[in-house]
Design a protein around this ligand. Structure first.
Ligand code: GLY
Ligand code: MN
Ligand code: MN
Length: 436
């Protein structure tokens, strides 16, 4: 897959370009301990290489080496402490590079790959140490250009090209997303079976994330949200430290990561197995919107359409519940953004190597692009009535409902990759009650 990705990238680079991609620096957790390493998505997309302190150079017009890697060399002592390294020899063998150097050789070797370049592609900000090297190379090149007429004089950010490519998933990416979403489904089903009043939110978090790992996921794709009762009205609630009470709804937003690709699902369910009347009204409204919006997704439809539809359906719903008052025409309420008090984000986002994946959803003229087969988008309408909100029917206070699925755009329409987690009211109630 990575070779195919590099080929597609080279096609978009144009003549005279050389690209450099730096791996992400490790992030410190505490003192001398680091967070589990996660490669930079663009770097990973092009190389598949997962070690820090590595650099990828793409030089399509170089006579011998079009794809060069700089990696950490083997080091017995370091490997005893921190695990095996791929090393120079195996990086060439397993990652398809035409030439591999130890990372220390970068400053010495990079010059020869840049000598005929006109443009250098590099994303400033991707790695502070490499940023400094690149700026210094740029200054040298501009100076030597004045003298010799040779050397690149333009620094271009390659991210827009990568974003375009990553927007449409290839077969390997889709296999991984399918796996990530399948595992995500298993985590949600396990949580719905286990939930009961008296559990703590973190206990559900633990169950969901252990289900992810037990099924082969690398872990959670983002911090798991287990929000009971009024906590569900905080969109990215992650403290997960409250006791789940009888009568609470539980909003669970969790996704597994598999092969570096993410799932992202939300379900909202009653801890006791039965929705109260007010909870049911809000839930049914969000569910109906969710299903109608997904039905409308197919190639050729504007990427903005689901959001506009969500505003219309949820505003109508807010009027029917009495959250908004019918003092104005619905068109005017929408124009004024009255819905934002209870629905405050866009309907969804692309999904892939990043959970909030590449967001190049507009054409150069500013118009929204249309859906194309191979795009994967989340659809996650919600209604959130925070405690203490003035002027709303009191029975809805403290209710937050979000329903989120992962949708693959296909030639003929779409495929819901996460439909395996129940969402119809009777199915949800049956699942929550079933195993008790
Ligand atoms: N889990 C974050 C989101 O749904 O966008
Ligand atoms: Mn989510
Ligand atoms: Mn999402």
């Amino acid at each position: 897959m990575h070779k195919q990705n590099r080929k597609a990238f080279i096609k978009k680079m144009g003549r005279g370009g050389v690209a450099i991609f730096a791996s992400a620096p490790p992030a410190q957790w505490n003192h001398d301990t680091e967070y589990l390493y996660r490669p930079d998505p663009n770097f990973y997309y092009l190389t598949g290489f997962e070690e820090p302190e590595s650099i990828c150079v793409i030089a399509p017009e170089h006579p011998k080496h079009q794809y060069i890697l700089f990696v950490r060399p083997k080091d017995k002592q370091a490997e005893i402490w921190n695990g095996k390294r791929v090393g120079v020899k195996d990086a060439r063998k397993h990652y398809g590079a035409d030439k591999v150097y130890p990372i220390e050789k970068f400053s010495e070797k990079i010059g020869k790959y840049l000598q005929d370049a006109k443009r250098l592609y590099y994303t400033l900000g991707s790695n502070e140490i490499i940023d400094t090297e690149i700026l210094s190379l740029f200054t040298q090149s501009v100076r030597s250009r004045i003298r010799s007429g040779k050397g690149f004089d333009t620094l271009v950010d390659p991210s827009p090209i990568l974003s375009e490519l990553r927007l449409i998933k290839n077969e390997t990416e889709l296999q991984r997303i399918r796996q990530a979403t399948e595992i995500t489904v298993a985590g949600h089903v396990a949580a719905m079976k286990a939930v009961r009043p008296g559990l703590y939110e973190y206990q559900l978090e633990s169950l969901v994330e252990s289900t992810f790992r037990m099924n082969g996921a690398g872990g959670a794709a983002y911090p798991t949200i287990v929000a009971s009762g009024g906590n569900a009205t905080t969109l990215h609630y992650t403290t997960n430290d409250c006791e789940i009470e009888d009568g609470n709804l539980v909003l669970l937003d969790a996704g597994a990561e598999y092969g570096r690709y993410s799932g992202d699902v939300t379900r909202t369910f009653p801890a006791s197995g039965t929705f109260t009347e007010a909870q049911r009204e809000v839930y049914q409204l969000v569910l109906d919107a969710h299903k109608t919006i997904i039905d409308g997704i197919r190639p050729g439809v504007s990427i903005d359409e689901p959001h506009q539809k969500s505003i219309e359906l949820l505003t109508e719903g807010m009027l029917s519940l009495g959250l908004l008052k019918k003092k104005k025409k619905i068109e005017k309420l929408i124009e004024d953004g009255a819905y934002r008090q209870f629905y405050m984000y866009r309907i969804g986002h692309m999904l892939g190597l990043d959970v909030h994946d590449v967001n190049c959803v507009r054409e150069a003229n500013g118009d929204y692009k249309t859906f194309q087969p191979g795009m994967v988008i989340t659809i996650e309408p919600g209604l959130y009535v925070a405690e203490g909100t003035k002027g709303v029917p009191p029975q809805y206070l403290g209710i937050g409902v979000r329903i989120e699925d992962d949708i693959l755009v296909t030639e003929s329409g779409n495929e819901n990759l996460t439909s395996g987690v129940p969402k119809e009211i009777d199915e949800v109630e049956a699942l929550v009650r079933g195993a008790k």
